[in-house]
Design a protein around this ligand. Structure first.
Ligand SMILES: [Zn+2]
Length: 98
């Protein structure tokens, strides 16, 4: 009787790798899908202070959702990064303009 467990194990490892790669791919696709949803359809948010629905507003290059009574605003992290970058750029240009 010939034992071929070595061959089987190798195949098993290969299958495992494929499975892992597939899961990885799925996770990446899932993330991309989520990001797309967030970008295309802003989440409806309400002001924690007055309960009013936040309205999407464009402030320069940044899109944010803010309370119409100006209690506050919701900014996504990537939009916040745009703000930070712009502030840094402005500071830099005012300093270098002198
Ligand atoms: Zn409010």
């Amino acid at each position: 009787m010939q034992h071929s467990s070595g061959e089987k194990d190798r195949l098993g490892d290969k299958l495992h790798d494929v499975e892992a790669a597939r899961e990885d791919q799925w996770a990446r696709q899932h993330d991309a899908e989520l990001l797309k949803q967030i970008r295309e359809r802003p989440v409806k948010l309400n002001c924690p202070k007055c309960g009013m629905q936040l309205a999407a507003r464009k402030s320069g290059p940044v899109v944010l959702q803010s309370c119409s009574k100006e209690h506050g605003a919701w900014v996504t992290v990537d939009q916040l990064n745009v703000v930070v970058k712009n502030v840094a750029a402005n500071n830099h240009s005012t300093r270098s303009r002198r």
